[in-house]
Write a protein that binds this ligand. Structure first.
Ligand code: COA
Length: 710
């Protein structure tokens, strides 16, 4: 028997009603599903042949939480989760949640509304709402502290981390872990509960656990979270809700308090931005106009050319995914050093408790070193990660074109060079694409997959699927200088150098951009990445005649490079380093002032943080519109993913292109024109992209029409 017209299936086994959430792929709690659960519960309540209820999920999981798409409506349509949970709590028959796969967010809250919870041994549970800029709005901030106590509840809800079944059992979030057959054991649990004194125990009726010093505990956990994202609203609202859980208010008032906080967050710009990124990351892996049935190339073993920092980092990604890797270096000592570095990184992970010794041994067992290209012959994928020089990369790729087996994919990790030229060097350009990892490659989430002019569709599709296997967020870019990320970075760094020549200090620049939310200001970032690396790329571009015909262009970074101020590794760059601490260095100020005199740049002492942010960020966004117009990115959202996953751009703004919409395209265009007028001799650097111009015009026309529409 099924509850009619709903996404919740209803069946009876051994006098227990089985309510199955059936809304694949994640059983998201949309309004129709909530209504379905409600209907099924009413049916169970009324059915004299039913003694207890088990709620379970169809397919891969119990429930992935609220249907995030519904949040765009600005309100939650009834029956909301509070109504469903209240119905469970007053059903008069024990209700048990049987959790497999995931119980996240609203899914976990539904389970907390049940009288008891039993989970499969490999189930994952948690409250990821904070990562979407909201809070558990279905009683999660109120029931969790009652079951697990204030310290654990604060940690779980503020961090958004997932926990496994054994940790959930230990802290009291669930009551049992299934030994073998989850559903069968849940049914037994439910029938037993019928006869137990605590069979109808509800979380809402329990006192808050470990409530002593609740305020201090919550504040300390909140402070930890805010260190990473000081501007985030959701963590502060979560803290207020958990604090309220320990107040004297009635449970109904507590739920009203939580709901009000939830709705404010849901309708705020931060949550909209984070939800945009959630879907943007899912969409980025989808390649338009590609046959979904296209067979992929099997990738079971990998070769990496180059055992330097980048090659080693890339290798670790595949080792972590349990794939055999052969790393190649020409010289034995460089190879030994590279392998030792990988071993040391893994050992560091073991020391920090992130990996067991057995896991490290397994990974090292999958790693081989070689100095002979013939060892690449059996690899399904070979990634070159050699020095960023076209001639060297062409030579390496020519060799790979010869030795790699037919059907093997050859990838280049270039960050700026022309992938099409590198591809031609292999003699089999359809097998070639760019796989641009970001340093440190085993940690950074982003992977730019560069589609060459001749890259075969199955090669592109295989790389996108592989990215998922190694836990990367992949975005496709077309071929152009710097692809999506580094091309946009160029205009950002250009204004950084000009502002320093005009009189701003590195610390002032970094503080302004970090205040905006960048994980690291541009001067610290350059010092970390290596001033010499950037100066080298600029020299190469100058030799190609690819730099703007403006002698002052990026003059500061090149001067610092020429002076050996190569950044943190040299103890000095944009800053001087006291250990790892950057200190403003008057010498840099003097170098910048001398360059300003040489190029006739006026020094000023009225540079504000707002000007710094506008001068660095607006041209960067403008470049994004050029990238769209040229078809380098498939979607604006892909650009947002690149910047938030790879460059420390604040996710709370949704990425540069999402921010453009928040700012308003007319305002963005006009500010660019204003900045161009301010820096008359470099007006072109600020000329709005034609696409931005057209979209701003359209936005302007929409505004004109608005009064009529109203
Ligand atoms: N609401 C709406 N859609 C959701 C969703 C949700 N809560 N969770 C996942 N989806 C969608 C995804 O966008 C994706 O759609 P697509 O196939 O059109 O791209 C699809 O469901 C599958 O998701 P995916 O992430 O690829 O599946 P997975 O099996 O790898 O991971 C989860 C499953 C549940 C771990 C993961 O989807 C997730 O973390 N979801 C968000 C959970 C969450 O934050 N819940 C709290 C909401 S306030």
């Amino acid at each position: 028997m099924a509850a009619t017209g709903t996404l919740a299936k209803y069946a009876i086994r051994d006098r227990v009603a089985i309510v199955t959430l059936n809304a694949p792929p994640v059983n998201g709690l949309s309004q129709p599903l909530r209504a379905g659960i409600q209907e099924a519960l009413h049916q169970a309540k009324a059915d004299a042949a039913v003694d207890a209820v088990v709620i379970t999920g169809a397919g891969k999981m119990f429930c992935g939480g609220a249907d995030i798409k519904e949040f765009a409506a600005g309100e939650i349509t009834e029956p909301d989760l509070n109504i469903v949970c209240a119905l469970i709590e007053t059903l008069g028959k024990p209700v048990v949640a049987a959790i497999h796969g995931y119980a996240l967010g609203g899914g976990m809250e539904l389970a907390l509304g049940c009288h008891h919870r039993i989970a499969a041994h490999d189930a994952q549970m948690g409250f990821p709402e904070v990562t979407l800029g909201v809070l558990p709005g279905g009683g999660g901030t109120q029931r969790t502290p009652r079951l697990v106590g204030v310290p654990v509840a604060s940690d779980l809800i503020l961090s958004g981390r997932m926990i496994g079944a054994s940790e959930a059992l230990e802290c009291g979030l669930i009551d049992a872990v299934a030994q073998d057959d989850l559903l069968k054991e849940a049914i037994t649990f439910a029938l037993d509960a019928k006869d137990r004194a605590d069979g109808l125990r509800t979380a809402r009726a329990l006192p808050v656990k470990d409530a002593a010093n609740a305020k201090d505990t919550i504040s300390a956990t909140l402070a930890k979270v805010l260190r990473r994202t000081p501007n985030a609203h959701a963590p502060k609202a979560i803290a207020r809700c958990i604090e309220f859980a320990a107040s004297d208010a009635s449970f109904e008032d507590r739920l009203i308090f939580e709901r009000k906080e939830f709705l404010e967050l849901m309708n705020g710009t931060q949550s909209k931005a984070l939800r945009h990124l959630f879907f943007a990351e899912k969409a980025a892996v989808k390649i338009p106009n590609l046959d979904k049935e296209l067979p992929l190339r099997p990738i079971e073993c990998v070769g990496i050319i180059g055992a330097g920092t980048m090659g080693g980092g890339i290798a670790m990604n595949f080792l972590n995914a349990d794939m055999p890797v052969t790393v190649l270096e020409i010289a034995q000592d460089a190879l030994d050093r590279g392998i030792e570095n990988i071993r040391r990184t893994f050992a560091g992970n073991v020391e920090k408790g992130r990996m067991t010794l057995a896991q490290m041994d397994r990974r090292m067992g999958l790693l081989k070193g070689s100095t002979d290209y013939a060892d690449m012959a059996d690899r399904d994928l070979v990634i070159e990660a050699v020095f960023e020089n076209m001639k060297i990369k062409q030579d390496v790729c020519a060799k790979l074109g010869e030795v790699c087996k037919p059907g093997a994919i050859i990838a280049t990790n270039t960050s700026t060079l022309d992938v099409d030229i590198i591809a031609e060097a292999t003699g089999r350009p359809d097998d070639v694409l760019g796989m641009h990892f970001f340093s440190p490659a085993h940690i950074m989430r982003l992977l730019e997959v560069v589609r060459g002019a001749k890259t075969a569709p199955d090669v592109l599709a295989t790389a996108m699927q592989l990215a998922r296997r190694i836990n990367k967020v992949a975005v496709v870019s077309g071929v152009c200088y710097g692809f999506i990320g580094n091309r946009m970075l160029e205009s950002y760094l250009r204004e950084m150098d000009y502002l320093l020549m005009e009189g701003a200090t590195p610390a002032q620049l970094d503080a302004a951009l970090e205040g905006f939310g960048m994980a690291m200001g541009p001067c610290r970032m350059m010092d970390m990445a290596g001033v010499d690396v950037n100066a080298f790329v600029l020299d190469g571009r100058e030799a190609e005649g690819a730099l703007p015909d403006t002698p002052s262009y990026r003059a500061l970074v090149r001067k610092l490079g020429a002076l050996g101020r190569n950044g943190q590794k040299a103890g000095k760059g944009y800053y001087r380093y006291d250990g790892r601490t950057p200190v403003d260095d008057p010498e840099v100020n003097q170098i910048a002032a001398d360059l300003a005199a040489e190029f006739g740049i006026r020094r000023r002492n009225d540079i504000t943080d707002a000007e710094i942010c506008d001068r660095l960020l607006y041209p960067l966004i403008n470049e994004g519109f050029k990238i769209m117009e040229e078809g380098i990115a498939y979607r604006e959202a892909d650009i947002d993913v690149v910047w938030t996953a790879g460059y420390g751009w604040p996710a709370l703004t949704g990425g540069p292109m999402h921010l453009a919409q928040t700012i308003g395209l007319t305002k963005l265009r006009d500010r660019l024109i204003g900045l161009g007028q301010q820096t008359q001799d470099r007006f072109d650097f600020f000329t709005p992209a034609p696409l931005l111009q057209r979209l701003a015009d359209a936005e302007g026309r929409a505004d004109e029409r608005l009064p009529e529409a109203v």
